[in-house]
Design a protein around this ligand. Structure first.
Ligand SMILES: CC(C)(COP(=O)(O)OP(=O)(O)OC[C@H]1O[C@@H](n2cnc3c(N)ncnc32)[C@H](O)[C@@H]1OP(=O)(O)O)[C@@H](O)C(=O)NCCC(=O)NCCS
Length: 184
């Protein structure tokens, strides 16, 4: 299938609606609190169209949106946060996520960015960093991280990201946010 990556444009209401649906569906299994309904998702999508943002979609046959990636400018443009990233469930493991990350990295580089980073939560024991007290030897846990149930940190490692930190209990006790970054 032919997949094109393009800007999500303000005013392209049909695509904005598709993207909102994509994040509600795509995050509900492991991050049900992220975008629990269409309204919260639509707000996120609208914010991605603002200044200092990048918002790109992967579009397949019949104008179907198969994935979405966003970037947020930080640290005077040296650093950009990847937020969010989602691929439609039935189109995963076909290289679309990889293409979206590569596309965002190129867009960020074009704007002079040198670091791309992402925070990837573990709220339901997908990795060995979840469900435990990470203190006081936080880095020992990080160094020995294991993927128990398909957490995306391993996807990001394949895209060249390294774990640069962790925020213990970011989403409640035992539910950390894993910080990852990559030099462009
Ligand atoms: C994470 C996500 C974006 C990956 O997209 P995708 O299109 O399936 O990824 P790709 O097919 O491009 O995969 C690239 C590589 O990463 C691997 N990979 C993909 N998802 C993975 C996962 N969850 N765990 C481990 N490896 C993974 C693939 O097997 C592939 O490996 P290979 O190059 O050795 O063959 C997608 O699973 C998704 O939308 N998940 C739900 C939302 C989410 O987790 N977003 C990120 C939160 S920060």
């Amino acid at each position: 299938m032919d997949v094109q990556i393009t800007d999500l444009r303000a005013g392209d209401e049909p695509k904005i609606q598709q993207v909102a649906k994509l994040i509600v569906e795509g995050f509900k299994e492991h991050w049900p609190g992220a975008w629990p309904d269409r309204n919260s998702a639509l707000q996120e999508v609208q914010e991605s169209l603002g200044a200092d943002r990048i918002s790109r979609i992967a579009v397949g046959d019949s104008n179907q949106v198969l994935g979405w990636i966003g970037g947020i400018r930080q640290y005077d443009g040296n650093v950009w946060e990847l937020h969010p990233l989602v691929v439609k469930t039935e189109f995963r493991r076909q290289g679309i996520g990889r293409s979206l990350v590569a596309d965002l990295a190129a867009e960020v580089k074009n704007r002079g960015g040198i670091v791309l980073w992402v925070g990837t939560d573990d709220e339901d024991n997908q990795t060995t960093l979840s469900g435990i007290n990470l203190y006081p030897n936080v880095w020992e846990h990080v160094a020995q991280i294991k993927n128990l149930r398909g957490h995306p940190y391993e996807f990001y490692q394949k895209m060249g990201f390294a774990i640069v930190g962790v925020m213990p209990d970011a989403n409640g006790i035992g539910k950390p946010d894993i910080y990852m970054a990559k030099r462009l």
